[in-house]
Design a protein around this ligand. Structure first.
Ligand SMILES: [Zn+2]
Length: 57
């Protein structure tokens, strides 16, 4: 079974239930970056998202 890259925003922002899950890491990072920027006004780099927020499930 393919691995999926998952971001559970609740770990970054306690009141947010946003979850991204994609088999494509690049896509997951793009979606996560857009969400963090638009909803939380936070600019994360790809590396920060990959190392601190994305889980492989
Ligand atoms: Zn969020």
């Amino acid at each position: 079974m393919a691995q999926a890259h998952k971001l559970d925003c609740e770990t970054a922002a306690a009141d947010c239930r946003f979850i991204i899950q994609s088999e494509n890491e690049t896509e997951a990072i793009e979606l996560a970056k857009a969400h963090m920027n638009e909803v939380h006004g936070k600019g994360y780099t790809d590396d920060e998202l990959r190392s601190e927020h994305l889980q492989v499930v």
